[in-house]
Design a protein around this ligand. Structure first.
Ligand SMILES: Cc1cc2nc3c(=O)[nH]c(=O)nc-3n(C[C@H](O)[C@H](O)[C@H](O)COP(=O)(O)OP(=O)(O)OC[C@H]3O[C@@H](n4cnc5c(N)ncnc54)[C@H](O)[C@@H]3O)c2cc1C
Length: 385
């Protein structure tokens, strides 16, 4: 007879694996979990960085951390440091290995690799899942697929990038300091900055990041990397060790549904990646733990939100400012890092801000455009309700 799983997870990427890990820990072994993923194996395909503002299950897989970071604009640099919140680096392959090892230890979970879900149909009592390897059923399905075309159709700004981890043949990087945003590069493709994670004096991930409505051809980012290494470090001779690419929707309008249903989006498609920053790893961990605990405790009234109402409002205001005043964005980012104390800004960027943190951030923003955006958003919210 066909197995009816209690929970099925479609897509074993960051959100799917994180949720599977939380569910196997939170639920007793009598509830069956299926996880479907088209990949056959998990090579390094991306890296995650975030400020260590909270505990999570993958801290053993952290590969590097930095105590300071900088933003550069118009020839000036602002350096921030924090002893409370180091900036941490988690390589994708280490995350995947840790998650897969955990899932493997629990016989209640079945991971189906090389299995692409082709259709999901919600019925009265369960959900039908069609895949290239047959049909399955589950009482509840968490859908972690994020189709790039669907994300492009949202019409929002996108944060898009290609990064290369490179090995230089001479020492050029300052491995104490992450470059979060270097805006002193061509702005002709949209709001553009280069992100640099230095692992040693010779090795760094260099990632041009553009905020605009359409991703660029890969060659364009590669040229931006080449030009940046040449202009900033006089470096022409290097080896590429690894490459990652990403397109992240910059919107605050995606969210899991308000009430539990049998088919629940998770991850990027459910707004777990913060629209204004592109950081998704820690919000995904927090949401996964929260839903798993709710399920274990039999709390089914509502689904957790990825972030608070206030954080979502601040994101909306900031994103509409970026969309309408792109040329002012580099200076605004620079001022944020220059004027807001580091721990306060980190809490703000990580959705953990206190009212005082938010007040300090608002005080660092240009007043007139932000008040106008806030007013518009409040009026639109009022009209919609
Ligand atoms: C290159 C890159 C770098 C990033 N860096 C950071 C960072 O430094 N810090 C941070 O906080 N956030 C970062 N993010 C944002 C966010 O944390 C990641 O995008 C994260 O992987 C989102 O998780 P997800 O589960 O939504 O998507 P994914 O991790 O992409 O998972 C989606 C999964 O669905 C699977 N899938 C697709 N189609 C099907 C199908 N038909 N059937 C079944 N499964 C399917 C895919 O194979 C994939 O495994 C980054 C994003 C990218 C793209």
């Amino acid at each position: 007879m066909e197995t009816v799983y209690d929970y099925a997870i479609v897509g074993a990427g960051c959100s799917g694996l994180s949720l599977a890990v939380e569910l196997v820990h939170a639920l007793s072994g009598d509830r069956r979990i299926a996880v479907f993923e088209p990949r056959q194996s998990y090579p390094l395909d991306r890296v995650w960085c975030f400020w260590k503002t909270t505990m999570h299950r993958f801290s053993q897989a952290i590969g590097y951390e930095w105590g300071q970071w900088k933003v550069r604009f118009n020839g000036h640099e602002v350096i921030q440091a924090s002893s409370h919140f180091p900036y941490q680096y988690l390589p994708g392959d280490a995350f995947y290995a840790a998650a897969l090892e955990t899932i493997d230890r629990f016989p209640s979970a079945d991971l189906f690799l090389q299995t692409a879900v082709t259709d999901i149909v919600e019925n009265k009592s369960d959900v039908g899942i069609s895949t290239n390897r047959g049909a399955f059923r589950a009482k509840v399905v968490f859908d972690g697929r994020n189709d790039v075309n669907q994300l492009l159709n949202l019409g929002s700004l996108l944060q898009h990038y290609t990064g290369q981890k490179i090995q230089a043949h001479r020492p050029v990087f300052d491995n104490r300091t992450v470059t979060l945003m270097d805006f002193d590069v061509s702005q002709r493709h949209g709001i553009t900055f280069v992100y640099v994670l230095p692992f040693s004096e010779n090795e760094a991930l260099v990632e041009p990041t553009v905020i605009s409505h359409l991703p660029l051809e890969t060659d364009v980012y590669i040229k931006l990397i080449r030009d940046y290494l040449n202009d900033r470090f006089g470096l022409n001779d290097y080896e590429v060790l690894f490459q990652e690419q990403g397109v992240i929707p910059m919107t605050a309008e995606l969210s899991p549904p308000n009430v539990p249903t049998r088919l629940i989006p998770i991850g990027t498609a459910a707004g777990m990646v913060k629209g204004s920053t592109g950081y998704g790893f820690l919000p995904i961990q927090k949401w996964s733990r929260s839903i798993a605990q709710d399920i274990a405790a039999g709390r089914h009234q509502r689904l957790p939100k990825p972030r608070s109402w206030l954080s979502t409002c601040m994101d909306r205001i900031f994103l509409s400012f970026l969309a309408e005043h792109p040329s002012e964005a580099p200076e605004v980012f620079f001022h944020l890092f220059q004027r807001v104390p580091s721990d306060r800004l980190v809490r703000f960027l990580s959705d953990r801000a206190s009212i005082i943190d938010i007040a300090r951030v608002i005080a660092a923003m240009p007043k007139r455009p932000f008040i106008r955006q806030a007013g518009r958003i409040t009026l639109a919210g009022g009209a919609a309700s």
